[in-house]
Design a protein around this ligand. Structure first.
Ligand code: SF4
Length: 224
């Protein structure tokens, strides 16, 4: 049976988009939260936050949720209130645990696991979004595992159906050699494959980029 590492090397050919390096860590994390919420004009929303002088963790934490929501809605009219609340919780977390200095999250000596755990403890974030922040905003080896990727891993026999989030996460990070670029590319590929081929009801393996990596006998059943 092909390994997950072999499949990743073969199918992840497109270079991932890199987050702008001139943005500070807090702005990069806010951008990821906005992208996760489906905001199309992330740059416009970031500009609106900065134009309102909400540029630091404490300023964001101290703003009222309704005021902050209105700032976001000036460029993203349909953004739900929970996104504004989550960004404020992020600001509060940076203010409380990083002395308001988000740039400390970029320090090379910080442990990736402690960053994952800390960000996952923020109200409204959770493990998957925390891993998106760690990977895309902090350029650390983490993998934001979603249900589509989980289906692919199980159907190929790379992951047991009883595996928990962290087991699946660690499997992908290890298979990608701990490279943030490879992990970002893998996320892009898995998301696309799950949407176009590896549907919930039944996999459409014919023509799928991962078809050459199926186990003998084809895709495994997901009964869990
Ligand atoms: S559709 Fe088939 S080949 Fe493609 S990822 Fe799913 S199980 Fe694998």
């Amino acid at each position: 049976m092909s390994t997950l590492s072999e499949a990743l090397i073969a199918i992840t050919t497109h270079p991932p988009q890199r987050r702008e390096g001139d943005r500070d860590a807090l702005t990069r994390m806010i951008a990821v939260l906005l992208e996760e919420a489906g905001v199309s004009d992330v740059a416009g929303a970031i500009d609106a936050i900065h134009d309102a002088s909400l540029t630091g963790a404490r300023a964001i934490a101290d703003a009222s949720t309704i005021d902050f929501l209105n700032v976001l809605r000036s460029s993203a009219p349909r953004i739900p209130p929970r996104v504004a609340a989550t960004i404020k919780h992020l600001g509060q977390w940076v203010a409380d645990f990083e002395d308001g200095q988000a740039e400390r999250l970029d320090e090379p000596g910080r442990s990736t696991q402690s960053l994952r755990d800390g960000l996952a403890s923020i109200k409204g974030v959770g493990r998957r979004t925390a891993d998106a922040l760690v990977l895309h905003a902090l350029a650390r080896p983490a993998f934001p595992l979603d249900r589509g990727t989980y289906r692919i891993l199980v159907r190929h026999g790379w992951l047991d159906v009883t595996a928990d989030y962290d087991e699946a996460h660690d499997l992908v990070v290890h298979a990608a050699g701990g490279s943030p670029d490879a992990l970002a590319a893998a996320e892009q590929t898995f998301t696309d494959v799950a949407r176009r081929h590896c549907r919930v009801q039944a996999p459409r393996c014919a023509g799928c980029p991962l078809e050459p990596f199926l186990p003998e006998g084809g895709a495994l059943e997901i009964d869990g």
